[in-house]
Design a protein around this ligand. Sequence first.
Ligand code: PBG
Length: 332
Amino acid sequence: MKPTIAPYPSGRFRRARQSEAIRGLVRENTLTVNDLIWPVFVRDGEGVEEPVPSMPGVVRRSVDLIAEAAVEAQALGIPAICLFPYTDPGLKTEDCAEAWNPDNLSNRAIRAIKAAAPDIAVMTDVALDPYNINGHDGYVVDGEIVNDATIEALVKMTLAQAEAGADIIGPSDMMDGRIGAMRQALEAAGHHNVMILSYAAKYASAFYGPFRDAVGASGALTGDKKTYQMDPANSNEALRLIERDLTEGADMVMIKPGMPYLDICRRVKDTFGAPTYAYQVSGEYAMLQAAAQNGWLDGEKVMLESLLAFKRAGCDGILTYFAPAVARILNG
Ligand code: PBG
């Protein structure tokens, strides 16, 4: 039964906002360290940390420093770290074989993190773009990004990551049918506990620009990703993709980008009730940092507000480059 809303003056909504104590009591959503997944960029070398110019405050780290960063993240209580490799351009080929090399950068980083910080979950990225000579997430044959041949490569990549010790596989490629193929292959190889967080509703977005700089894919990419990533105009299609990926065996689902797509987060959570994540992507991060650096916005406040908004929209967690900064604030 709905309570009747008492009219003014006996009903005053402002009573519930009068002090921090009362506001705390009636607060509907909370951001916690448990909500954070930290995306990091890994490069080769040793003791190397190099800034990503379009993402102020974000660096590419060599494997040894990635392990150190994971130790720090674990100490902050961040539950998961997500790896993205900056692959040497010389290793990019048409067949993308480096993607399933057991000793590629990403797989070495997984092992180093597992050895140094065993309690943090390691998430990966499954897509061919860091290894593809043309920068696409799938194989390109006669100008077409081919679906089924790409899935075979993605499965090999998945198994190599699981062998290296990944806890959560993150397919970001948007091919059709890859979740089922990956799940089956993981089961057959005995990796029953390896989870899949599907980038199920991933839009063809201009907000990925700085990320492509960070992984060195900007120069490589020919054309755009509109034949596999979603049209930003669509919403019902996102629900159908999420349903499909859950049916194929995804344990968790993602909406990406985040801030401009909170309506999708809410619909997905309300419709499926599955573990739902959003990716506050590189362009969102760059936008907030740029304004903060210019003194146009209060950086700390907009960071916290933007992340809380994901919780309000129904997300269970957020992939965010702000993760360590936020964790430090939330830990007090
Ligand atoms: C590539 C991938 C992208 C991101 C994550 N995985 C970029 C793309 O699809 O071009 C973007 C993340 C970000 O912008 O922060 N498979």
